[in-house]
Design a protein around this ligand. Sequence first.
Ligand code: T6T
Length: 632
Amino acid sequence: MKKFLVVAMLLLCIMSLAAVTIAQDEGYTIAFVPGVNPDPFYITMSTGVNQAAADMGVTVIQQDPERFDVTVSVPIIEALIARGDIDALVTAPNDREQSIPVLQEAHDAGIPVITVDTFIGDGNYADGEVTFPISYIGSDNVQGGFIACSALADQLGEGAQIYIQNVRPGISTTDQREEGCLAAAEARGLEVVRVDYNENSADTAQQQTAAVLQANPEIAGMFATNTFGALGAGTAIQNAGLQGAIEVALFDASEENIGFLNDGIVSLVIAQKPADMGYLGVAMAVAYLDGVGSIPARIGTGYAVITADNVGDPEVARFIYTSNTSDAAPALDSSYNLAFVPGVNPDPFYITMSRGVYAAAARFGINVIQQDPERFDVTVSAPIIEALVARGDIDALVTAPNDREQSIPVLQEAHDAGIPVLTVDTFIGDGNYADGEVTFPLTYIGSDNVQGGYIACSALADQLGEGAQIYIQNVRPGISTTDQREEGCLAAAEARGLVVVRVDYNENSADTAQQQTAAVLQANPEIAGMFATNTFGALGAGTAIQNAGLEGAVEVALFDASEENIGFLNDGIVSLVIAQKPADMGYLGVVAQIANLRGVTSMPARVPTGYAVINAENVGDPDVARFIYTGN
Ligand code: T6T
């Protein structure tokens, strides 16, 4: 009786912790501090910031440094921290080193920090010099500089002399553009005659450019690394009547720079996507505050490379920056229908995922139409999706496809009917939606399942040592996630000298898994470990081991942190439970769909959601226990 009470209390405790995984607060206040303003780049960024804030129902406080200068931005950020009512900070730091202390101060005051456009440290917030910011959302600037100066090399040929107009050393973005340009120059045999720094002043850039071009008439090309350098450079070339005589590549698609392109003064303008940076900066801050832990540490936002040939194309021209702030479009409402088709239900994994979907939907004020396949089977899910497409009122589809190949046609049908598709948990094709077998889905949000299988079977190897025999309980070949977990486990077994005696497939039936496990363990008493690749296999395996009284005699690693599986852990029947983050998948799936609707093209094609690895030692830690799935 006492044991029952303890277990019941533990379960209650676990359920209430899990219920707050996505903790929603109606009125977050997000501070937005751009690099400088007025600047068309940051004005365009603020349109994205304001749109995301309108969509997600949060307040933005924007404070603009009047110079791109850490001595100006630091007091602004300090004052924001001192207010005491800021929930998150989205900012473009002015200096990769000197901006660190004030952002650390914000972080230490409990304000999560996201940097947009520029970064601090080495920009690797996953495991680099500075890791406290949640994410760095911005262009790949080395690549941008490389594109610009490769284009100059294409036009000018080897041996040509070029000049670089830059801002100031210490700014992450423009430092990297110079680095990318120098790398292209080296690779293509261009000679970089000089680099000048204009302190973000178009006037200075103009004077410097005029002087350098006059003193070095053999210079045949130039690269200006941002809006103001570009403006000064373009004006100097125009004044000197050098249009056409000097090839010019400019960073930043301000209206003035596009004017230079239209007038034949410059040949290439590289447009960044500041509105995407702003939108995703706020959306990720809100997601984080709502309890989503799987925010990518880096989101690369890409470019539109604008030339005289494509500037008239609306798909390209939409990336030209604006110099006027404008009102955000009104937030969505319940007339926006997002269809959510999980892999199967009831299943604690997908029930937990749907909590994330509904939390995000509530944030955006949209309607969710959830339809559950009663089996994890494409013959069940395909007609459900067909019927959704036939309704004609579905605006977006978030789904966990049942089969990597057989689910393709019905999802292609949805896509062709104009419904943006994204997949959560499972993928279709090879899962590489950027340039793989199937590229129409927007993004694939889910665990790195090869890694998950590898973690599970490495843990078995740690406990059992080389030569031990193990058994794998899997679902059915063709399911992307469980295929990959098996693959990861086999790789770990190979690396660590485990012998995989057998793999069984249970068709997602806990009963079948239980019977198979019981039979295999009886027939092979030398099996010392097993890995079950999902909730139902795990449930069956745990029950079989319990019934056979083998607790402790067979080491067991399970995928999926259902309450039952955590029960097995607490009872000493299994030693490791790998919790995925289904609520994160659901929440971010909705965010990616609405961002896409708002014209954001920079949501990564793949968002890995990570794991919590749960064992007897950490299961009591609320920070771990919050990843236990819920059954309702
Ligand atoms: O080029 C952008 C931005 O990426 C850079 O960090 C600073 O200059 C701009 O704001 C353009 O003026």
